[in-house]
Design a binder for this molecule. Structure first.
Ligand SMILES: Nc1ncnc2c1ncn2[C@@H]1O[C@H](COP(=O)(O)OP(=O)(O)OP(=O)(O)O)[C@@H](O)[C@H]1O
Ligand SMILES: [Mg+2]
Length: 391
């Protein structure tokens, strides 16, 4: 071993240049081997092949068609049947029995991509995502060539057992060949993927996602060992997920006011809750736009978003099953006044819209109903007296 090798090793380590570090280590091992120090050479080789500290494959800069994706550390509450399928996939990958191609299909925002990031975290694998922007090329036949090159790059990963490959929104290149605009080009691209899948190194694990499964190429879907349906959210699942999303945001925004019971009551009024990604967006906006100085002010916005009207009709709130205290939180009217109004002996002061509506209704009544003839009471009495005398 020369001084140069030692200096290079330290330099590559400091520069985090893993491929160059490995190459240098192998060179040192070859050197020992050549000088008859076989044991030391084998020891270095063994160290390098089991080294977890280094990214085992090509350096990211050397990759043409892939980009590294960070694993997910956020919690991802999934419905039980989906969670069971994911656990099954993790077991299958760990057993390494050649079951290595999985497709996650489902509506947008159901957690497909996020689940892949979770699987990478659990398996402690590096996650590489196919960069379709570099694959799709407007030049005729070029996409097909790029796909072939992508699979070539994939099959040359040094340690495929330590990575996970994500084909996110694979439909970008693999829609039904009988149904696409650019029929022949799409057909060629899909055929190239089929070929790539058929000649794939068995050690490589691929997870693909799509939200266009209906239009998915049937030959390609047959290539997957397992297809997980991400649409299996019940209304109860979505309610639970909404609650966990809310709690996470309240923690993030450091909002102390909590009322899980009231939150649950509000969202249960919505009979078709959106999928988790939309739930997240709505709840985040509702909290962001609320007044942090008023306790549980965000719940008014939550009511507006999920029920579709402002919570200022006290009688409606009562029929929706809210308690006086809950009505106070939602409407901003004090509990005592709410009680008086609901018992019919109080005036609604903070419901201007409702007032205006009534007033305008009265106005339209005046405009559209014929004015009634005025009754002259003196005339009525006089007529009555006349009748009595006459009899
Ligand atoms: N079950 C869930 N619980 C909580 N948050 C979720 C859940 N599923 C998805 N999300 C959140 O929704 C957002 C979108 O999720 P993700 O990108 O995984 O959806 P997707 O199914 O891949 O959607 P698309 O088909 O549009 O790519 C993420 O921020 C994720 O954290
Ligand atoms: Mg996705």
């Amino acid at each position: 071993m020369k001084k140069k090798n030692v200096i290079n090793l330290i330099r590559y380590y400091a520069e985090k240049n893993d491929p160059a570090f490995r190459e240098e280590a192998y060179e040192i091992a070859r050197d020992f081997d050549a000088s008859g120090d076989f044991q030391l050479s084998e020891y270095i080789m063994a160290l390098m092949s089991s080294a977890n500290a280094f990214v085992p494959q090509m350096h990211e800069d050397q990759m043409t068609f892939f980009r590294k994706v960070a694993p997910s550390h956020d919690s991802l509450p999934l419905p039980t049947p989906i969670e069971k399928d994911i656990i099954g996939i993790i077991n299958a990958i760990q057993r390494n029995m050649g079951i290595n191609k999985f497709l996650f299909q489902g509506a947008p925002g159901t957690g497909k991509t996020e689940s892949v990031r979770q699987i990478a975290r659990i398996l402690e694998r590096d996650l590489f995502c196919v960069d379709f922007d570099t694959i799709i090329d407007s030049k005729l036949g070029q996409t097909q060539k790029n796909i072939a090159a992508l699979f070539d790059e994939l099959n040359h990963f040094a340690h495929p057992e330590k990575i996970l490959v994500l084909f996110d929104e694979i439909d970008a290149i693999a829609l039904d060949r009988t149904n696409s605009h650019d029929l022949r080009e799409m057909g060629r691209a899909t055929s190239a993927i089929l070929k790539g899948f058929d000649n794939l190194n068995e050690q490589i694990t691929i997870i693909a996602t799509t939200n266009l499964f209906k239009h998915f190429d049937k030959d390609l879907s047959r290539r997957f060992d397992s297809i997980v349906d991400f649409n299996r959210y019940t209304q109860d699942d979505l309610q639970e997920i909404a609650e966990s999303i809310l709690n996470n945001f309240l923690d993030d925004f450091k909002i102390a006011g909590r009322n899980p019971r009231l939150f649950r009551k509000i969202i249960s009024l919505n009979k078709k809750l959106p999928y988790p990604a939309d739930l997240r967006k709505i709840i985040k906006a509702d909290i962001t736009f609320s007044d942090a100085t008023i306790e549980c002010d965000y719940l008014k916005n939550i009511y507006k978003s999920f029920v579709g009207s402002t919570p200022d009709d006290l009688h409606k709130l009562q029929t929706q099953g809210f308690t006086v205290r809950e009505i106070e939180i939602l409407s901003g009217i004090s509990k005592s006044q709410v009680s008086r109004i609901l018992n019919g002996d109080g005036q609604i002061k903070i419901a201007p819209k409702e007032h205006q509506k009534r007033r305008s209704l009265n106005a339209t009544n005046l405009l559209f109903h014929k004015p009634q003839k005025k009754i002259n009471l003196a005339e009525v009495y006089r007529k009555a007296e006349e009748e009595i005398v006459w009899r």
